[in-house]
Design a protein around this ligand. Structure first.
Ligand code: PLP
Length: 425
């Protein structure tokens, strides 16, 4: 194929619709927002790594909660409060099953991944990491798994060591292993890179760290929407993710932590609900997970997230992963043939993210022009400036897929890029 792609001769990866194995049109019908038009064109939503869209069953669940079940939780004997409490705790069990956590007490509701990582920094880091200790992070981290550790390092005198990546965007595992020494206290690693889509070998990394007595926090924000995550199989100490990337509401996320560790940690925030008793002489903290859920939590959002994981489980994470893999392969194959288009991040194991640059076109111009065709992509540094620095680019354009995206939407993206190239030719 040459520069002008003949879209009528598409690669054979376009098989899903033909086999009927995954009925993307039926799934799309569940998402009201996907029927929107933007700039007079049908919306092609390819910014799922930033935030995914919400299906009608989750919207309906939120409406049912707000219209028939809402009250504050854990605090009253009246019926509504008991119902809301039961639904909130049931949502916790749904999340527990979704990631296969052994115990519901190990699932802490947070406001998102950022909040979950900050909880680990304050609750674990400030208690157990001291001057001279070392924290291993990777070049692929989102800023939310860098900045809290820098704050801790500044406060304590701990040091941050960074695992480099290859030109493909894969972690250099020899370098990872060589970073360990007797001062290493924690590894923080993203399961899937939001900027490149690289899937990191976290299970192996965790096993290696545990061999050195080192705890591991996995940032799963970009993994849970695309992969079947099993925290027992990974054996991670902490696993963080956000609801809004998982077809759920904003303002809710999860920190999974091993019970034995959570028990030893300091609370992050103080206030109501995280205590058993308070006097001016002494406060006794609540048991886990409540010790880490101070104040009125986002009750509706937690229940909505429970509905979202029910919805995803109903489709099946394996089927989701397979469809997204086909979208990614199809889009990648086409972009690789386009002169002037450079894919940033070509790891062998990738999930649902395609970052790229187009010669002579600033990513923001590309994003703006694609928007005029109804195509929503993200442009910028993706809160991963060390990744941009590694590839010596200030920014990329990023198309990120969800299971409700179709091959026709990939076509719309490719056609859109071709027309932008013509404008700038
Ligand atoms: C890998 C990764 N970690 C953390 C975050 C932060 O998530 P949130 O803003 O929901 O806290 C994101 C969001 O894009 C992400 O992609």
């Amino acid at each position: 194929m040459n520069a002008v792609l003949e879209l009528s001769r598409l690669p054979a990866t376009r098989t899903m619709a033909a086999t009927g194995a995954f009925d993307v049109e039926r799934l799309r019908a569940d998402f009201p927002i996907l029927r929107m038009r933007v700039e007079g064109k049908p919306l092609v939503y390819l910014d799922n790594a930033a935030s995914s869209q919400m299906p009608q069953p989750v919207i309906d669940r939120l409406v049912r909660y707000q219209t028939t079940q809402h009250a504050n939780i854990h605090r009253a004997v009246h019926s509504l409060s008991e119902i809301a409490t039961a639904e909130y705790e049931e949502a916790r069990r749904k999340l527990q099953r979704f990631i296969n956590a052994p115990d519901e007490r190990e699932v802490i509701f947070t406001s998102g991944t950022t909040d979950a990582i900050n909880l680990v920094m304050h609750g674990y880091g400030r208690k157990f990491i001291k001057a001279g200790d070392e924290i291993i992070l990777t070049t692929l981290e989102h800023h939310s798994n860098i900045v809290p550790w820098q704050m801790l390092a500044e406060e304590t005198g701990a040091k941050i060591r960074v695992v480099p990546i290859s030109d493909a965007g894969e972690l250099l595992m020899d370098d990872y292993e060589n970073l360990f020494n007797e001062r290493t206290k924690l590894v923080g690693v993203t399961h899937v890179s939001n900027a490149l889509g690289s899937i990191n070998p976290v299970k192996e990394m965790i096993a290696f760290a545990h061999g050195h007595g080192v705890r591991v926090l996995v940032d799963g924000a970009q993994a849970v929407p695309h992969l079947q995550v099993d925290v027992q199989d990974l054996d991670c100490d902490f696993y963080a993710f956000s609801g809004h990337k998982l077809c759920g509401p904003t303002g809710i996320g999860v920190l999974y932590g091993k019970a034995a560790l959570l028990e030893k940690m300091q609370p992050f925030k103080g206030g109501g609900d995280m205590i058993l008793s308070v006097s001016f002489e002494k406060t006794v903290y609540n048991t886990i997970p409540h010790k880490f859920e101070a104040g009125t939590p986002p009750i509706a959002a937690a229940i909505g997230l429970g509905a979202a994981v029910d919805y995803l489980t109903g489709i099946g994470m394996a089927a989701i992963a397979q469809h997204e893999h086909e979208l990614l392969s199809y889009a990648t194959a086409q972009m690789m043939e386009m002169p002037g288009v450079r894919i940033i991040g070509t790891a062998r194991n990738k999930a649902a993210v395609l970052s790229f640059t187009v010669d002579g076109v600033h990513p923001h111009d590309l994003g703006t022009l694609l928007n005029q065709d109804g195509v929503a992509v993200r442009t910028g540094h993706h809160c991963a400036q060390p990744v941009m620095a590694r590839f010596k680019v200030p920014a990329t354009s990023r198309a990120s897929f969800a299971f409700y995206n179709s091959m026709a939407e990939v076509d719309a993206l490719i056609t859109g890029i071709l027309s932008v190239q013509k404008v700038f030719a």
